[in-house]
Design a protein around this ligand. Structure first.
Ligand SMILES: [Zn+2]
Length: 415
């Protein structure tokens, strides 16, 4: 049973280490990706888990405290994943508390310092039980909330969700899931064209839960009605919805053009052609795209045979497909790879990509006053990347959770 004693993500390193988890840490020399742009030779001071100072370029050493020299590296804010089902061989949908922590740790190694736990379609009672367990991990700070993806979705666009368990979004049933989550429900994906869809969007919005439109067959007008009712997220835009047609613009055009909507994109190079990603970047702009993984258990783990809820999934060469029918069934993506692809394949500027991986999802989740950018006063969640944009180290809440051993070669310099 998880509870007060549940280990926090990113356990402290033992003392006596040059790269210690001291109360105050100063990092110098790195390229910093700030909300205002990219600066070279920057300085970040961290105290008690919070960023206390950002300076660039570094002022002359004052000898006050030793600093860790990160010259040659790039520091970006920790990634925020608002749509992810699991990783490291474990699932948020069905895992125990220990398994959920293992999945979150796997993504933490790849730079995700804030994560939602996404479920898949299941029996309502099973979803309520899992939500109750996940809510304790939200309270403990391991997770940032719960996202219910299904069962209130279209049978015509159900992807890897069990068709027999789908149902209309009756607001009373949707509310059951929210109540079982004890304040931890952050988002529900639903199809607005289903009976009760618009009413449920209103109910969720009133309760401060994000209504996301996805796995839908809605028309352009019905999608806009969903947004007018309060929906603010497009669940993996393009995937599991009708395509953009010249006389039937459908949900894609509605969600892409509406300033009220944040669009999720799965940036793995499998779910979307790079040209479609470019189109979405241009259509929605830098402030309305959130790159997500939609990852299942195999992320950070490897090929094999898995279950996604009740559905058997085969992962081959990193691509997850239903054993029956071959539909794409989630991804094996981690956000460091999404970062690298957006920079190297799509050619986007570092600060734009960082926004799409950290600030935009944090803002959507209502967390951007606390995290999601490198700014004084924000939680010290940092990802240190090398010149190839591979993860070197990850700091969460001021503690080196990942990669501290790789920083040992970095001789502390006088600050
Ligand atoms: Zn999903």
């Amino acid at each position: 049973m998880p509870g007060r004693g549940t280990p926090r993500l990113g356990p402290a390193l033992t003392g006596g280490d040059r790269v210690s988890n001291a109360e105050r840490t100063v990092l110098t020399g790195a390229r910093l990706v700030l909300p205002t742009g990219v600066v070279e030779n920057g300085k970040i001071a961290v105290e008690n888990g919070v960023i206390t100072e950002i300076a660039a370029p570094v002022t002359p050493p004052d000898g006050a405290a030793p600093a860790l020299d990160l010259t040659g590296y790039t520091v970006v804010p920790g990634f925020v994943d608002m749509h992810v089902h699991g990783g490291g061989g474990e699932s948020y949908h069905s895992g125990t508390a220990e398994q959920v922590i293992k999945a979150a740790h796997t993504h933490l190694r790849h730079g995700t310092t804030t994560t939602i736990a996404s479920t898949v379609t299941g029996e309502i009672d099973d979803l309520c039980r899992q939500a109750s367990m996940l809510s304790e991990l939200v309270e403990d700070g391991v997770l940032a909330g719960i996202h219910f993806e299904g069962p209130f979705i279209s049978i015509n666009r159900c992807g890897a969700h069990e068709p027999d368990l789908l149902r209309d979004p009756d607001p009373a049933v949707v509310r059951k899931l929210i109540d079982a989550s004890r304040g931890a429900a952050r988002m529900v994906t639903l199809a607005p064209e289903l009976e009760g869809g618009i009413e449920s969007i209103r109910m969720l919005t009133e309760r401060g839960v994000i209504a996301a439109i996805g796995h839908t067959d809605a028309s352009y007008d019905k999608t806009l009605a969903g947004v007018d009712a309060g929906a603010t997220v497009a669940t993996h835009l393009f995937n599991a919805m009708p395509g953009l047609a010249h006389r039937a613009p459908g949900p894609i055009a509605a969600l892409l053009e509406d300033e009220r909507v944040t669009v999720e994109l799965i940036g793995d190079g499998v779910h979307l052609h790079p040209a479609v990603v470019d189109l979405a970047f241009r259509g929605a702009g830098a402030s309305r795209v959130a790159l997500v993984t939609d990852a299942m258990d195999a992320a950070g783990f490897g090929d094999g045979d898995y279950m996604l809820g009740p559905m058997a999934v085969k992962v081959r060469d990193g691509v997850a497909r239903l054993a029956e029918g071959g539909s794409i069934a989630g991804s094996t993506l981690t956000l460091d790879v999404a970062f690298k692809r957006a920079v190297t394949v799509n050619g986007l500027p570092l600060d734009t990509v960082s926004r799409m991986l950290s600030f935009n999802p944090a803002r959507q989740l209502g967390l951007s006053d606390k995290l999601g950018s490198l700014e004084a006063g924000k939680r010290a969640d940092l990802v240190v990347l090398d010149a190839s944009y591979d993860v070197v180290a990850v700091m969460r809440e001021g503690r080196w959770a990942v990669g501290a051993e790789k920083l040992k070669d970095r001789v502390p310099v006088p600050n």
